[in-house]
Design a protein around this ligand. Structure first.
Ligand SMILES: [Zn+2]
Length: 454
């Protein structure tokens, strides 16, 4: 059983009192076993807590901020290879001209490499949990990579049995879509000691038949798993839905039984007031993706209005080809800037943004009892953040949340731990040879491009 003692760190706990203090944190096996403020008789108490255990590995952390790992509520690991290959397009063109043909050209090996590259970037940047939407095929390879590299993942294969201009490699029948989802669910829901979970992932309302969506709504309820989909991302999508289904995304999803605390919708840029109230009343969560929304020129989501209505709003980088990275620091910073442009400089304090990236993100996944804050008994999903770099100095404790949101960068992450296991430390990803992986990614991309006719 492994055990770590982080000593003299500046703890940004994100606990209910949002306490920030200097102290020690003991990890035993997969959980946080003790937390002590420095003024308390720390050594003594910790010694009692760990008396029956082998001596913990001590990590001197006085130069670091210790905070919960980031929860990214919308990611597409399958798209990581397409980074910088789908530029200057709006959503539907971006999908139809680039992303769908690329995804259709995936084989198991390219999917595996895309997932590995994405997970490496996420862990190195302090993200410990993701809600991931896969592509239609080969999704087991993403789960296998998550299992091996140690990230926590809720994910599902993408479901697409309808829609215009969907390439044959992605178009599936409803029966195949449900069968393949059920097979993945049976194998991965609760796997790796519960670190991996399955989610139904219909792509969006336009790419799924109503029958499929109704079946997903019913199955997710009875099987107790999440549904993750895109909703109200662009005005064009909402217009098309109005034409074909006579409803906009949120009411349509509710009609087919996709609403509630087990559902997380990505984007919500186009949400009307009544739809925001619907999300709040149903407990449906929203993943805000400011980088993706800005780059595809989809618009600025009404995040402060959603939060005021009581909607759980998390943050996510979306896919590498619409961002072009998976960096929570970028998303936090941009989320702050965009809402300040809409509501004024006084709006949206940095603490609220760190909440979205941690404890509220965990709540979006229904996992807040175990994740999202540094509290005794919770899972040991945490990061150490350098605070002695030129871009973040002088680092006193005036506004630690502003430091995290506006000054810190992904390269300041010194250590990333998930479930008590060190996955990344000081530039090294545990169990992954970086240069070899980067060479492989390049090679897989070239081969994938040859398989498309783009
Ligand atoms: Zn997306």
């Amino acid at each position: 059983m492994s055990s770590y003692l982080f000593q003299n760190a500046l703890l940004v706990t994100m606990n209910p009192g949002r306490e920030v203090f200097r102290g020690n944190l003991l990890v035993v096996d997969d959980r946080i076993a003790a937390i002590q403020k420095n003024e308390a008789r720390t050594e003594e108490t910790l010694a009692r807590t760990s008396a029956a255990l082998p001596p913990p590995q001590r990590i001197e952390a006085s130069a670091y901020i210790l905070l919960p790992g980031f929860v990214q509520t919308h990611i597409h690991l399958c798209q990581t290879l397409f980074r910088n290959h789908a530029e200057d397009l709006t959503l539907l063109d971006w999908l139809r001209k680039k992303i769908w043909p690329f995804e259709a050209a995936h084989n198991e090996s390219s999917m595996r490499t895309a997932a590995r590259l994405g997970i490496a970037e996420l862990l190195a940047g302090g993200s410990t949990t993701i809600l991931d939407m896969g592509s239609v095929h080969h999704y087991h390879a993403a789960f296998e990579e998550a299992e091996q590299l140690g990230i926590r993942m809720v994910g599902g294969k993408c479901m697409m049995d309808a829609g215009d201009e969907v390439p044959p490699g992605l178009r599936e029948t409803m029966e195949d879509s449900l069968r393949e989802s059920a097979e993945l669910m049976a194998q991965w829901h609760g796997a790796a000691r519960g670190r991996l979970r399955y989610a139904y992932a219909p792509r969006f309302a336009l790419s799924c038949s109503e029958r499929l969506l109704r079946e997903v709504g019913a199955r997710a309820h009875s099987e107790g798993c999440m549904v993750h989909t895109h909703a109200a991302e662009t005005a064009q999508e909402e217009e098309l839905l109005l034409k074909t289904k006579r409803q906009r995304s949120v009411p349509y999803f509710k009609t087919v039984g996709i609403a509630g605390a087990h559902c997380c919708f990505a984007h919500g840029v186009q949400l009307h007031e009544a739809e925001r109230q619907t999300l709040a009343l149903d407990g449906t969560a929203l993943a805000h993706c400011p980088g993706s929304n800005a780059k595809l020129a989809s618009g600025i989501a009404p995040i402060l209005e959603l939060r005021r209505a009581g909607v759980k709003v998390g943050l996510g980088a979306d896919g590498a080809p619409c961002n072009n990275n998976l960096d929570m620091f970028h998303e936090m910073r941009l989320a702050g800037f965009l809402q300040k442009l809409r509501h004024g400089a006084h709006a949206f304090p940095a603490q609220h943004i760190v909440e979205m990236a941690t404890i509220v993100g965990a709540a979006c996944l229904g996992w807040q009892r175990d994740l999202g804050s540094l509290e005794i008994g919770k899972k040991a999903d945490l990061i150490l953040l350098r605070r002695d770099q030129p871009h973040s100095a002088p680092s006193d404790e005036a506004d630690i949340y502003a430091q995290i949101v506006y000054a810190a960068q992904a390269r300041d992450v010194y250590l990333t731990m998930v479930e008590g296991r060190v996955c990344y430390q000081n530039g090294e990803l545990v169990g992954l040879e970086l240069e070899q992986m980067l060479a492989r990614a390049k090679q897989e991309l070239q081969q994938l491009l040859q398989r498309t006719d783009l």
